[in-house]
Design a binder for this molecule. Structure first.
Ligand SMILES: [Zn+2]
Length: 245
């Protein structure tokens, strides 16, 4: 299975990186994990066909993780001429927040007729939900964003990819990442511990007990970005990087 970092930046474009969006190609399906405000631009930048994407999974409802969806849906309608259904699965609150975002950014767009169906699924916490051929487990994490934030653990083709979303260290991080084939963790800070986010010092201390098979750090803020060249014993995300696992 291949995962491409369409965007691995923080909310504010630190280092010129796009907002969070990972493109995963499995045998029978392709899906996104998060779709931040800049993701439609990033999808074009990396030459990805938007119509190849069956499903968009969302960790939480902050703009740098979900605000690309109105652009994705309107591109699908107007430019990409999508005909196959689109499934969007996120935490409780996704349906209303997505509708509000569409109406705010493009008034009248939420109910516009389209040639494809958009199915929004609100995944309950601590359960496994079957979404478009994927098995998606949801782990509540700690990050204020108006609706419940999740770490996600996705299993498809007998492989597991897990992602923290944005959060400080909590049980949900450990639950999502345990023995995952690929675990992507946010790392906004280098050694500063800040509510609602992770830092490298905390990950160094905690990660051995989680034992993912492969770990990649993402979502670097200015503090972490300054120290990137010193980080030699961890794999780091970069926009455009593709990994097979
Ligand atoms: Zn974020």
């Amino acid at each position: 299975m291949d995962l491409t970092f369409v965007g691995c930046g923080d909310a504010f474009g630190t280092g010129g990186r796009f907002n969070t969006c990972f493109y995963v190609q499995a045998d029978e399906t392709a899906f996104l994990i998060d779709c931040g405000a800049t993701s439609m631009t990033a999808i074009r930048h990396h030459g990805i066909d938007p119509n190849s994407i069956d499903t968009i999974l969302l960790t939480h409802l902050h703009g740098d993780h979900f605000a690309g969806i109105p652009f994705f849906i309107l591109d699908a309608q107007l430019y990409s001429k999508r005909e196959k259904p689109l499934v969007i699965a996120g935490p409780p609150g996704t349906r209303a927040r997505l509708r509000d975002a569409m109406e705010l950014l493009f008034p009248g767009s939420a109910d516009a007729p389209r040639k494809f169906e958009t199915d929004v699924i609100e995944m309950p916490k601590l359960e496994s939900t079957e979404v478009g051929g994927l098995s998606v487990e949801t782990f509540p994490v700690s990050h204020h964003c108006g609706d419940p934030p999740y770490a996600l653990r996705v299993t498809v083709d007998n492989k597991t990819v897990a992602y923290t979303g944005d959060t400080q260290w909590c049980d949900g991080v450990a639950g999502a990442g345990r023995n995952a084939d690929l675990f992507i963790t946010e790392c906004l800070f280098f050694d500063k511990q800040v509510k609602g986010h992770l830092d490298l010092a905390t990950l160094q201390e905690r990660m051995p007990a989680i034992a993912p098979k492969r770990l990649i750090l993402t979502h670097f803020g200015p503090d972490m970005m300054k120290h990137l060249s010193e980080v030699t014993d961890y794999e780091l995300a970069e926009d455009g990087k593709t990994v097979s696992f």
